[in-house]
Every structure is written in structure tokens, then in C-alpha cells.
Design a protein around this ligand. Structure first.
Ligand code: NAD
Length: 368
């Protein structure tokens, strides 16, 4: 767990700019800057009135409706780009990120980082050529629950991670021709990056997938083999109730398993035996145990947030990893350390998996 400093307590800060002043920027990104080492130098939106209002609320010094002009006018260390799609439903991030890097800025971009793996490769190349860092806001990699789960599954006592199950509500176009069309795939791309970012962060790269689609509602089950040898299921439960929590995640090791429900509740079933010590000599105690409660050393660990204290951990920007991902990016830039979480290499792999859904269902697709 990290000790969080407030913006006002930092001495060494990055001069930053923001491109895109939509709902997500206002709700989730700008509030994070209160906990990051940043000076809010400039803000830009195509709609100047939006940018002016945002600048007033959050205290940006300069306001623009053209990011080219902004990049030429002011000295900026890093740019946060939160723009979304163009009129053809293509992700705007590759074009804008490449321009920012060429203008000498490090870049943080929202998801989906691109509409194709080719665009991610272009960003990787530009990042190498310009020596500028770029990070994708895969917030789920930074959820406290997912970070803890990662720590648990990396421990010796958990053993190797052997299988994983993740559920997320999302439909996919039934017709394979529709799956070649950016417009028709927009929401699939927009959301598939969320569960895939969890899988890639926890389990490493995917070797192959095959998927089947429910023809009525467009839900799907994808069977996955990871390069590590682990296997998994991605259940895109399109027709789940709108009132339900979105996610369920379970990772199985060797004699141990760990579950994250609804992104916040973590349950860890440690390796161990349900039979208490005093019954062990009685043939394992099977058929004779009057209690389901085992010994304390092997008891499950359960964590959930508390909502009484005015802490940082019970703000959504911390529970959903936004503040942590932004802090991680700023620290990586300030300390000149590589981006390992939310990297373009992870993004490339995620886009490679996304592109595998352009095939017919029911065929085994090897991921590059
Ligand atoms: N990680 C998450 O939890 C999460 C949640 C919501 C949205 N998002 C992502 O955030 C992004 C924005 O979402 P939103 O809901 O705020 O969208 P939005 O449409 O409300 O806002 C986008 C803003 O970007 C501006 N913009 C577009 N092109 C621009 C350009 N060239 N220069 C300057 N400004 C430009 C638009 O005018 C608009 O104000 C999307 O990529 C979305 O997928 C992520």
C-alpha cells in the first residue's frame, strides 16, 4: 500500500496539460490531480466554453480549443489525453499521442488506446524515436483489490496460477462482417479492454482463444490458453441484469483460490484442510464433523471497504485505481522509470486479442 502525498506537499512537479474536457475528465481524472505531483498549466477542448469552465473549477492557467496551438505555446512535460473517438468511430488516441510525443511531451491516454494493433505499434515506434513515455489508463490494473490479488497469486504458498474465470457484461455483434466494422464494434472495443487488462496483468500473455456467441443476446464465452500454460474463461454476460454488479473474478492456484467480487470484495481461500487438528487422527474426521469452521491458520481472508471514515481508500478515484494510475505515470516520468503497468506492450497484446474476435466463432485463433 502506498502513502499518498497531497499535490500541495510536492516540491518537484510536472507541468501538465489536459486534452478533452468531457464527463470522464471532470468526474474521474481531474479530481486525481489533488494527489499527484502536477502543475495544471493548460487545458484544451474543441468546445472552448467547456475548457474555460473546467479551467475555472480546477485552476488551469491557460485555455485552448486547439491542441496544436497549445503544444506550440506552452512548455509542457506531460499531456493527459481523454478524448474518445472520431466521427468514424476510431480511437483518437494514436493520432494525438503521436503528435504530443513529437512535440516533446510524455503522454497518458485513456482507453481504448487504439482501434487496431497497427496503431499501437506506431505509438511504440514514436515513443522509442522520441524517447517519450506513454501510458494507457488501464485503471483495473490499479484497483487495490486487483493489486492485492496479484500479490497473492505471486506468492509461493498460492502455487502456480492454473486457471482463471472472469465475468463482465458486454455483447458482441453476431455477424462476422459486422465485427470488421469500427462503428459496430465500438462498444465491444470500449469495454473488452477492461476484463482483458485484468487478465493480461494477472496472467501474462494469451496464447490462443476460441469463443462461442449466444445468438439471441450476443453474450459470449471465450476459452483461453495462456502462454504460461494456465487456462481461463472470459464470460461476456451481455444479458445480465442492469442492477447486478458487473464483475466476478476468480483465480485458482495449486490448492488455493482467490476471488474478487464487484471489484472491491476480496476473498482468499488459503491452501489448507477443513479438518481441524484435533480430528486429524480420526480418519480425517469425514462424516463426524459438527462444524464447518476450520483452524485459524487456514481460515479464508476476506476484505471489503469500510465507509465510515473520511479516508482516501473509500473514494471512487482510489477504489477504481484512477488516482494510483495517474500517480504511477507521474512518478515514472519524474524518476525516469519504465512504464510496466499500463504499458504499450500490454496494450498491443490486448489489441491483438481484440482483433481475434474478428474471426468466425468456434475456431481456435492463435494470438500474435
Ligand atoms: N477508464 C474509465 O473508467 C473510463 C470511464 C469513462 C470514459 N472513459 C474514456 O474516456 C474517454 C472520454 O470519455 P467521456 O465520456 O468523457 O467522453 P466525452 O465525449 O464526454 O468527452 C470527450 C471530450 O473530448 C473533446 N475532444 C474530442 N476531440 C478533441 C480534440 N481533438 N481536441 C480537444 N478536445 C477534444 C470533446 O469535445 C469532448 O468534450 C473515452 O475514451 C472513454 O472510453 C474511460
Amino acid at each position: 500500500m502506498k502513502y499518498i502525498k497531497y499535490n500541495i506537499e510536492y516540491e518537484n512537479k510536472l507541468n501538465v496539460a489536459v486534452i478533452g474536457c468531457g464527463g470522464h475528465t471532470y468526474r474521474n481524472i481531474l479530481p486525481c490531480f489533488a494527489y499527484a505531483p502536477v502543475n495544471l498549466v493548460a487545458v484544451c477542448d474543441l468546445d472552448i466554453n467547456k475548457a474555460l469552465k473546467v479551467a475555472k473549477v480546477f485552476g488551469f492557467e491557460k485555455v485552448y480549443d486547439d491542441y496544436h496551438k497549445m503544444l506550440s505555446d506552452v512548455k509542457i512535460d506531460a499531456v493527459f489525453v481523454i478524448t474518445g473517438y472520431d466521427k468514424d468511430s476510431k480511437s483518437l488516441y494514436p493520432k494525438i499521442a503521436i503528435e504530443c510525443m513529437r512535440k516533446g511531451c510524455h503522454v497518458w491516454i485513456e482507453k481504448p488506446p487504439a482501434s487496431s494493433s497497427a496503431e499501437i505499434r506506431e505509438m511504440i515506434q514514436t515513443s522509442h524515436e522520441t524517447n517519450k513515455k506513454i501510458m494507457v489508463g488501464f485503471k483495473k490494473m490499479f484497483f487495490p483489490s486487483i493489486q492485492k490479488l496479484k500479490q497473492i497469486i505471486s506468492s509461493q504458498e498460492f502455487g502456480e496460477t492454473t486457471s482463471v474465470y472472469i465475468r463482465y457484461p458486454q455483447n458482441i455483434p453476431l455477424n462476422v462482417n459486422d465485427r470488421q466494422d469500427n462503428k459496430k464494434m465500438l462498444w465491444f472495443l470500449d469495454h473488452i479492454v477492461h476484463p482483458l487488462s485484468i487478465l493480461v496483468y494477472l496472467m501474462g500473455e494469451i496464447k490462443s482463444i476460441y469463443f462461442n456467441i449466444n445468438e439471441k443476446v450476443g453474450s459470449s464465452i471465450t476459452n483461453i490458453t495462456f502462454k504460461s500454460g494456465a487456462i481461463g474463461t472470459l464470460h461476456l454476460a451481455a444479458s445480465a441484469s442492469q442492477t447486478s454488479p458487473l464483475e466476478h473474478l476468480e483465480v485458482i492456484g495449486e490448492g488455493a483460490n482467490v476471488i474478487v467480487e464487484n471489484g472491491v470484495k476480496l476473498r482468499y481461500y488459503k491452501k489448507g484442510d477443513r479438518v481441524v487438528k484435533e480430528l486429524k487422527h480420526l480418519n480425517g474426521g469425514y462424516g463426524r464433523m459438527s462444524s464447518y469452521i476450520g483452524d485459524d491458520e487456514v481460515a479464508p481472508i476476506f476484505w471489503e471497504p469500510e465507509f465510515s471514515l473520511g479516508q482516501l481508500y473509500n473514494k471512487n478515484i482510489f477504489m477504481l485505481g484512477y488516482a494510483q494510475e495517474i500517480l504511477y505515470f507521474c512518478e515514472s516520468v519524474l524518476n525516469n522509470e519504465p512504464i510496466m503497468i499500463g504499458s504499450l506492450e500490454q496494450a498491443l497484446h490486448i489489441l491483438n486479442v481484440y482483433e481475434a474476435y474478428k474471426y468466425e466463432q468456434g475456431v481456435l485463433v492463435t494470438i500474435k
